[in-house]
Design a protein around this ligand. Sequence first.
Ligand SMILES: C[S@@+](CC[C@H](N)C(=O)[O-])C[C@H]1O[C@@H](n2cnc3c(N)ncnc32)[C@H](O)[C@@H]1O
Length: 287
Amino acid sequence: MHEEAKPFVKWAGGKRQLLDELTKGLPDFHAYHEPFLGGGAFFFRLESENRIKKAYLCDSNRELINAYSFIRTQVFELMAELASPEYANNPVAYYKIRASNPTSKVERAARFIYLNKTAFNGLYRVNSKGGFNVPFGKYENPRILDSENLLRVHRALQKDDLYCGDFTIVLKNARRGDLVYFDPPYHPISKTSFTGYTKNSFYEKDQERLMRTYKALDSRGCYVILSNSYSEFISDLYAEFEPEVVYASRAINCKGDKRGKVRELIVRNWEPQVAQRKLVEEIVASY
Ligand SMILES: C[S@@+](CC[C@H](N)C(=O)[O-])C[C@H]1O[C@@H](n2cnc3c(N)ncnc32)[C@H](O)[C@@H]1O
């Protein structure tokens, strides 16, 4: 075990609430795949427990993946950029940076982290043209530069491949005995549910495409775990895997009164108890 890196961005649908549920009865696995990475809370937990030998991480959000790549390779340059006085926590600096469109990778990564820390509710929301459109958040003392955590994230990413694109990339890389975690944009439980991570939304046809990918990986002999909002639609899609209902607190929602405990689904293609027994048997056999 070593000090756990925390997600370096606040992310809608972040999985810190569900970590204990997700780690319950995990089998021993070869490589790890997370094709809807977001803030990466589950990845960082597994990494801190030394369970990751090799990871394939992917998200369709270009700015997010640019920030991860930069932290992996040039974290000191990014820290120096974020320490510069232009990344101040006031509305003038905020709207100036929000309106900017830097081309260098380091400025793009710094802008992305800065906006995430100082924008209202920590939302990364874009309009239909891909422009970031969240107002200033008026936080007292946001940690725009958290050097200690950035260094932990940097270390955690050293064994990883990062991809920007569609989740189906997982079909290229996953092998028998690997663990795949899917945390897609949630199927909306109401018309106001948050789904605006990138300018491309995730529709029912994408949830169905994901279900087919899940089944293909299951047939390949991968361990597959998926989380999603509780809905009949998702429950029916994965009925044969007997989804488990769990409860999580949700912080990011457009309406303050909708914060609170919500039902979510976890779909595994293995029995947690059986995986644990197999692991114990393997350990005993190796003596
Ligand atoms: C629920 S969030 C993941 C949250 C993450 N588990 C965490 O702990 O922060 C879903 C993510 O999927 C990404 N996404 C949306 N459509 C995608 C697609 N077709 N392929 C890959 N990633 C996608 C979004 O950018 C978003 O980061």
